[in-house]
Design a protein around this ligand. Sequence first.
Ligand SMILES: Nc1ncnc2c1ncn2[C@@H]1O[C@H](COP(=O)(O)OP(=O)(O)O)[C@@H](O)[C@H]1O
Ligand SMILES: [Mg+2]
Length: 329
Amino acid sequence: MNIPVIAFFNNKGGVGKTSLVYHVAWMMSDLGIRVVAADLDPQGNLSSAFLDDDRLEELWPEPPQLATIYGAVRPLQRGVGDLSEPHMEQLDDNLALILGDMGLSRFEDDLSQVWPKCLDRDERSFRVISAFWRVLQKGASQHRAQVILVDLGPNLGAINRSALIASDYVVIPLGPDLYSLQGLRNLGPALREWRQGWQDRLEKNPDPALVLPTGRMQPLGYIVMTHSIRTGQPVKAYEKWISRIPVTYRHAVLNLEDEAALTADVDPNCFALLKHYRSLMPMAQEVRKPIFHLKPADGAIGSHFGGVQDAGQDFRKLTHKILDQAGIF
Ligand SMILES: Nc1ncnc2c1ncn2[C@@H]1O[C@H](COP(=O)(O)OP(=O)(O)O)[C@@H](O)[C@H]1O
Ligand SMILES: [Mg+2]
């Protein structure tokens, strides 16, 4: 059975993708859901959010980086075999991580080259292009996971194309700015092109024994980062951009032509207007915990403690919405 894969993706950086994958993965784990978090951004930010430098140094030794996603695809890249079993870094009973790796960017060229070759029914090309999906499924089966969350880098390159082909669902984090609106206008068509491109290729799989991803990449919804919400409302300067997101999302991502006059706070495609957690975020990063696990001993005292509880509620609600929308549970 294939385990559902949810990618958090936007071709723009700094919109909260990595922080969201980190917090949603922890929340799923707290809710008793067995989850794999996979770091497919060669920058490795998700890995360093979960693990301290000592542990990373153990797991990121000199090449070959066997314990990472790159380590798992390396035999295939070198032409000495297929994938190896990924190392699953156990973070909690329910939560395991597939580590990222700077070296992964060295796989980008291979992924670019095999994409057209799939149309020629080239078997190795299918193995390479589906490598991420197959590693994720191997990892999920090792961990007996119910869901896989994937963090990606901010671009429309071949690594992300391959990671999105591996995804059943896509959650789109956005910033309240012009760049995010522009980003949506590129991202929507790119997702459609990749989805169609994969459907065209799937028919040409020469090896019926090679199980491939369906390439569904269904957009589930978006999450907007807002800035310091003192009054419960986003700061004025951002309202203008936030108000334009619902229609832009419908046009660019869902390919719908209608002009539904919705605001983000009631738009069914909007999972959340995410608060800026101010000093709680660096405090949580310092002790490598999600915000909602902070304790008074970590510095979460006084009004901070209320903030910790609010963050717990925000992420619980967000996580339930994502699971409901994906129909996973
Ligand atoms: N809700 C939030 N409140 C406060 N800071 C945040 C929030 N979400 C993200 N950040 C901070 O914003 C920066 C960018 O977030 P990150 O998750 O790394 O974005 P991306 O992965 O899209 O580049 C990081 O320094 C992160 O700690
Ligand atoms: Mg990131």
